[in-house]
Design a protein around this ligand. Structure first.
Ligand code: SF4
Length: 201
Protein backbone atom coordinates (compact mmCIF):
# COMPACT_ATOMS: atom_id res chain seq x y z
CA UNK A 1 0.00 0.00 0.00
CA UNK A 2 1.44 3.45 -0.87
CA UNK A 3 1.29 5.85 1.94
CA UNK A 4 0.21 9.46 1.91
CA UNK A 5 3.13 11.86 1.79
CA UNK A 6 3.64 13.47 5.18
CA UNK A 7 5.94 16.50 5.05
CA UNK A 8 6.87 16.76 8.72
CA UNK A 9 7.63 13.05 9.11
CA UNK A 10 9.57 13.08 5.83
CA UNK A 11 11.57 16.09 7.01
CA UNK A 12 12.32 14.45 10.34
CA UNK A 13 13.42 11.22 8.65
CA UNK A 14 15.73 13.20 6.37
CA UNK A 15 17.23 14.86 9.42
CA UNK A 16 17.70 11.46 11.11
CA UNK A 17 19.35 9.99 8.03
CA UNK A 18 21.84 12.86 7.97
CA UNK A 19 22.70 12.44 11.68
CA UNK A 20 26.38 12.24 12.59
CA UNK A 21 25.99 12.89 16.32
CA UNK A 22 28.06 9.93 17.56
CA UNK A 23 30.21 9.42 14.48
CA UNK A 24 33.38 9.31 16.62
CA UNK A 25 32.12 6.14 18.34
CA UNK A 26 30.93 4.25 15.25
CA UNK A 27 33.72 2.08 13.82
CA UNK A 28 31.89 1.67 10.50
CA UNK A 29 30.57 5.22 10.38
CA UNK A 30 27.02 6.52 10.60
CA UNK A 31 24.31 4.81 8.57
CA UNK A 32 21.02 5.40 10.37
CA UNK A 33 18.55 2.63 9.60
CA UNK A 34 15.05 3.56 10.60
CA UNK A 35 11.65 3.29 8.97
CA UNK A 36 8.47 5.11 9.90
CA UNK A 37 5.08 5.60 8.25
CA UNK A 38 2.42 7.86 9.69
CA UNK A 39 -0.33 5.26 9.20
CA UNK A 40 1.62 2.41 10.76
CA UNK A 41 -0.13 0.44 13.50
CA UNK A 42 2.80 -1.65 14.67
CA UNK A 43 6.06 -0.29 16.06
CA UNK A 44 9.13 -2.50 16.30
CA UNK A 45 11.60 -1.08 18.78
CA UNK A 46 14.73 -3.18 18.75
CA UNK A 47 18.37 -2.62 19.67
CA UNK A 48 20.61 -1.56 16.78
CA UNK A 49 21.35 -2.78 13.25
CA UNK A 50 23.66 -5.78 12.80
CA UNK A 51 26.70 -5.68 10.53
CA UNK A 52 24.72 -7.21 7.65
CA UNK A 53 21.90 -4.72 8.10
CA UNK A 54 24.50 -1.93 8.10
CA UNK A 55 25.72 -3.26 4.74
CA UNK A 56 22.32 -3.76 3.10
CA UNK A 57 20.55 -0.76 4.65
CA UNK A 58 17.45 -2.93 5.09
CA UNK A 59 16.16 -3.30 8.66
CA UNK A 60 16.13 -6.84 10.08
CA UNK A 61 17.73 -8.17 6.89
CA UNK A 62 19.41 -11.01 8.76
CA UNK A 63 18.79 -14.28 10.62
CA UNK A 64 17.25 -12.36 13.54
CA UNK A 65 14.78 -10.78 11.13
CA UNK A 66 13.79 -14.17 9.74
CA UNK A 67 12.94 -15.42 13.20
CA UNK A 68 11.13 -12.20 14.05
CA UNK A 69 8.94 -12.50 10.93
CA UNK A 70 8.17 -16.11 11.88
CA UNK A 71 7.12 -14.95 15.37
CA UNK A 72 4.89 -12.27 13.86
CA UNK A 73 3.45 -14.70 11.31
CA UNK A 74 3.97 -12.31 8.40
CA UNK A 75 5.84 -12.46 5.11
CA UNK A 76 8.69 -10.19 4.11
CA UNK A 77 6.53 -7.86 1.99
CA UNK A 78 4.15 -7.23 4.89
CA UNK A 79 7.08 -6.74 7.25
CA UNK A 80 8.53 -4.04 5.00
CA UNK A 81 5.23 -2.24 4.43
CA UNK A 82 5.86 1.01 6.26
CA UNK A 83 2.19 1.94 6.10
CA UNK A 84 1.74 -0.95 8.55
CA UNK A 85 5.02 -1.30 10.46
CA UNK A 86 7.48 1.32 11.71
CA UNK A 87 10.93 0.16 12.74
CA UNK A 88 12.69 2.42 15.21
CA UNK A 89 15.54 0.81 17.15
CA UNK A 90 17.26 2.19 20.24
CA UNK A 91 20.32 3.00 18.15
CA UNK A 92 19.98 3.65 14.43
CA UNK A 93 23.59 2.94 13.41
CA UNK A 94 25.63 -0.26 13.70
CA UNK A 95 27.67 0.19 16.89
CA UNK A 96 30.45 -2.26 15.99
CA UNK A 97 31.57 -5.34 17.81
CA UNK A 98 33.18 -5.99 21.18
CA UNK A 99 34.43 -9.13 22.94
CA UNK A 100 30.89 -10.30 23.82
CA UNK A 101 29.27 -9.67 20.43
CA UNK A 102 27.76 -6.50 18.97
CA UNK A 103 28.15 -3.42 21.11
CA UNK A 104 25.05 -1.93 22.74
CA UNK A 105 23.09 0.74 20.87
CA UNK A 106 24.74 4.15 21.11
CA UNK A 107 23.28 5.86 24.14
CA UNK A 108 23.07 9.23 22.36
CA UNK A 109 20.51 7.99 19.87
CA UNK A 110 17.25 7.33 21.72
CA UNK A 111 17.19 10.61 23.70
CA UNK A 112 17.98 12.51 20.50
CA UNK A 113 15.38 10.98 18.20
CA UNK A 114 12.83 8.66 19.81
CA UNK A 115 10.48 11.30 21.23
CA UNK A 116 10.07 13.36 18.06
CA UNK A 117 9.66 10.26 15.87
CA UNK A 118 7.03 8.68 18.12
CA UNK A 119 5.10 11.98 18.15
CA UNK A 120 4.70 11.55 14.38
CA UNK A 121 3.12 8.09 14.72
CA UNK A 122 -0.38 8.60 16.11
CA UNK A 123 -1.79 5.27 14.93
CA UNK A 124 0.47 2.79 16.71
CA UNK A 125 -1.62 0.11 18.42
CA UNK A 126 1.08 -2.43 19.16
CA UNK A 127 4.65 -1.73 20.25
CA UNK A 128 7.11 -4.61 20.32
CA UNK A 129 9.99 -4.03 22.72
CA UNK A 130 12.81 -6.26 21.60
CA UNK A 131 15.62 -6.71 24.09
CA UNK A 132 16.49 -5.12 27.39
CA UNK A 133 17.50 -1.70 26.06
CA UNK A 134 14.11 -1.03 24.47
CA UNK A 135 12.28 -2.49 27.46
CA UNK A 136 14.14 -0.34 29.98
CA UNK A 137 13.79 2.79 27.88
CA UNK A 138 10.11 2.40 27.06
CA UNK A 139 8.78 0.75 30.23
CA UNK A 140 11.11 2.58 32.65
CA UNK A 141 10.02 1.60 36.18
CA UNK A 142 7.41 -0.80 34.78
CA UNK A 143 10.16 -3.09 33.50
CA UNK A 144 11.24 -5.98 35.74
CA UNK A 145 14.76 -6.57 37.05
CA UNK A 146 15.62 -8.92 34.14
CA UNK A 147 14.58 -9.36 30.53
CA UNK A 148 13.20 -12.83 31.29
CA UNK A 149 10.97 -11.46 34.06
CA UNK A 150 9.77 -8.60 31.85
CA UNK A 151 8.94 -10.96 28.98
CA UNK A 152 7.27 -13.39 31.36
CA UNK A 153 5.07 -10.53 32.64
CA UNK A 154 3.94 -9.73 29.08
CA UNK A 155 0.24 -9.84 30.06
CA UNK A 156 0.81 -6.73 32.21
CA UNK A 157 1.72 -4.75 29.09
CA UNK A 158 -0.50 -6.34 26.43
CA UNK A 159 -2.39 -5.72 24.25
CA UNK A 160 -0.64 -2.43 23.37
CA UNK A 161 2.89 -3.41 24.27
CA UNK A 162 4.59 -6.80 24.09
CA UNK A 163 8.17 -7.26 25.36
CA UNK A 164 10.22 -9.85 23.50
CA UNK A 165 13.69 -11.36 23.74
CA UNK A 166 16.03 -10.64 20.86
CA UNK A 167 15.34 -13.19 18.08
CA UNK A 168 19.06 -13.60 17.42
CA UNK A 169 20.37 -17.14 16.79
CA UNK A 170 22.71 -16.38 19.71
CA UNK A 171 19.66 -16.68 21.99
CA UNK A 172 18.94 -20.34 21.17
CA UNK A 173 19.77 -21.39 24.73
CA UNK A 174 17.28 -18.87 26.13
CA UNK A 175 14.51 -20.16 23.81
CA UNK A 176 15.22 -23.72 24.93
CA UNK A 177 15.24 -22.81 28.63
CA UNK A 178 11.95 -20.90 28.37
CA UNK A 179 9.53 -22.98 26.26
CA UNK A 180 6.57 -20.98 27.65
CA UNK A 181 7.73 -18.14 25.40
CA UNK A 182 7.08 -19.96 22.12
CA UNK A 183 4.07 -21.82 23.54
CA UNK A 184 2.25 -18.88 25.14
CA UNK A 185 3.59 -15.54 23.94
CA UNK A 186 4.13 -16.23 20.23
CA UNK A 187 0.58 -17.47 19.49
CA UNK A 188 -0.88 -14.37 21.18
CA UNK A 189 1.58 -12.13 19.38
CA UNK A 190 0.87 -13.52 15.93
CA UNK A 191 -2.87 -13.36 16.55
CA UNK A 192 -2.63 -9.69 17.57
CA UNK A 193 -0.46 -8.89 14.54
CA UNK A 194 -2.88 -10.71 12.21
CA UNK A 195 -5.79 -8.62 13.52
CA UNK A 196 -3.88 -5.38 12.92
CA UNK A 197 -2.79 -6.48 9.44
CA UNK A 198 -6.43 -7.34 8.63
CA UNK A 199 -7.56 -3.88 9.80
CA UNK A 200 -5.07 -2.23 7.46
CA UNK A 201 -5.98 -4.22 4.37
S1 SF4 B 1 23.49 6.15 16.25
FE1 SF4 B 1 21.82 7.66 16.28
S2 SF4 B 1 22.72 9.52 17.24
FE2 SF4 B 1 24.44 8.21 16.54
S3 SF4 B 1 24.93 8.95 14.46
FE3 SF4 B 1 23.49 7.21 14.26
S4 SF4 B 1 21.48 8.23 14.12
FE4 SF4 B 1 22.89 9.74 15.02
Amino acid sequence: MRERHHPSLDALLSEVRACRACEAHLPFGPRPIVRAGIASRILIMGQAPSASVHTSGIPWDDASGERLRAWLGIDIATFHDESLISIIPMGFCYPGRGAGGDNPPRRECAPKWQGSLLEQLPNIQLTLLIGQYAQRHYLADRSKPSLTETVKAWREYAPHVIPLPHPSPRNQAWFKRHPWFENEVIPQLSERVASLVALAS
